[in-house]
Design a protein around this ligand. Structure first.
Ligand code: SAM
Ligand code: MD0
Ligand code: SF4
Length: 357
């Protein structure tokens, strides 16, 4: 037997990925089904190799401002769904948004992610509702020149245009899955098409786009491969996957749990398929303790830095690691180091964005 034919199927697939030759569907399915420890180590090593090719040892860091937890929607997986009356909601004022934004910029984040539920205060009044927010965004941009992402759901077209003019760089809205039957069970009574089309429209307006998946919600390996294809078609600049975290008093609170390893494998496969894109390791799922494993799987952006004592919430974990200051740059730097990474400079992040735009 020649040396080559003795090579395992997995080694061949990983060689192919390392050479950036597109993988076949069957090959992706094989990767998603890996469970042997040694095989997984090889997968993660290849993901890190590809990350290093495009990003060296530099990680990007995003600040997160969840400025309104009101929402008109009923997503089955989400704590903040409209009919959940068991939580206290908040809507931060323009001044509070501004103060949080400035403190995050001061702390050294590379981007501000301004996020809210589809808060009727904004959505019901259309242009008038968003007017103040757009003014605030403009102010933040003018005074700091920080890159900004807006994660405010399916924002009306006109408003999207105004956000662009006010200096917003990124539009994030996650489909969660590209299996439309599953989507209907997750994003109850929300149009799949509209959500997808709004992202495409934003792209054509010059926004960078983030697309995202939820895993552990009944998604199959086939679904995931289809999602990778859809993400490629969309031309997403940043792609994420987060594990579903069950929320009390919501329809999916007793949904069977899936091992975290699944998220890590998907991160690594995303890196193999999209070596030059941004892939977050979210602090929102497992907090600071879950950061190293996500970075070691090939992620290159730490998301969800939240200032303590600001009264701000996370998304999938309402309060995990926030008040104790574990979601700060000071706390993540040692973890980056442990993973052989350092924070990029603001200029390096700005240069990456400019190249993609
Ligand atoms: N309301 C806007 C929207 O839904 O597009 C912006 C909020 S967006 C940051 C909320 C995202 O957090 C969802 O798209 C989903 O991917 C994630 N998420 C929400 N609830 C979650 C949960 N229980 N577990 C894991 N991720 C969750
Ligand atoms: C995060 N909690 O980055 C945030 C959120 C919204 N664009 C992002 C899911 O983990
Ligand atoms: Fe609202 Fe977003 Fe939660 Fe859905 S995921 S209920 S749109 S906050």
């Amino acid at each position: 037997m020649t040396k080559d034919s003795a090579k395992s199927k997995l080694d061949k697939i990983l060689d192919k990925a390392a050479n950036e030759i597109p993988l076949e569907r069957e090959e992706l399915l094989l990767l998603l089904g890996l469970s042997d420890q040694e095989d997984l180590s090889k997968l993660f090593a290849t993901a890190r190799l590809l990350r290093a090719r495009y990003f060296q040892n530099k990680a990007f860091i995003y600040g997160f401002v969840y400025f309104s937890t009101y929402c008109r929607n009923e997503c089955a997986f989400c704590l903040y769904r409209k009919s959940n009356l068991s939580l206290e909601r908040y809507r931060k004022t323009d001044l509070e948004i501004m103060e949080t934004a400035l403190s995050l910029v001061e702390s050294g984040v590379h981007l501000l992610d301004l996020t809210m539920g589809e808060d009727p205060f904004y959505f019901d009044n259309q242009e008038r509702g968003f007017e103040h927010l757009i003014r605030t965004v403009e102010l933040i941009k003018k005074s700091t020149d920080i890159p900004i992402m807006i994660s405010a759901g399916v924002v009306p077209e006109e408003i999207l245009r105004e956000f662009k003019e006010s200096g917003v760089d990124w539009y994030a809205t996650y489909q969660e899955t590209h299996n439309q039957d599953l989507y209907r069970k997750l994003r109850i009574a929300q149009s799949y098409e509209e959500r997808m089309e709004r992202k495409k429209l934003a792209r054509s307006m010059g926004f960078l786009i983030e697309e995202g998946l939820l895993t552990g919600v009944g998604d199959t390996a086939e679904d995931l491969v289809n999602s990778l294809e859809e993400m490629k078609k969309l031309g997403a600049d940043q792609l994420r996957v987060m594990s579903f975290i069950p929320q009390m008093d919501t329809p999916m609170q007793n949904f069977p749990l899936v091992p975290r390893l699944r998220e890590l494998i998907i991160i690594a496969v995303m890196r193999l398929v999209f070596p030059d894109r941004l892939i977050p390791a979210s602090l929102d799922v497992d907090g600071l303790n879950g950061l190293a494993e996500r970075l070691n799987a090939g992620a290159n952006v730490v998301t969800s830095i939240i200032p303590p004592q600001s009264g701000l919430a996370g998304v999938s974990n309402h309060s995990l690691d926030i008040e104790d200051g574990n979601r700060t740059i000071t706390k993540i730097i040692p973890v980056l180091k442990e993973c052989g990474l350092v924070p990029a400079s603001r200029e390096e992040y700005a240069a990456w964005i400019l190249k993609r735009q």
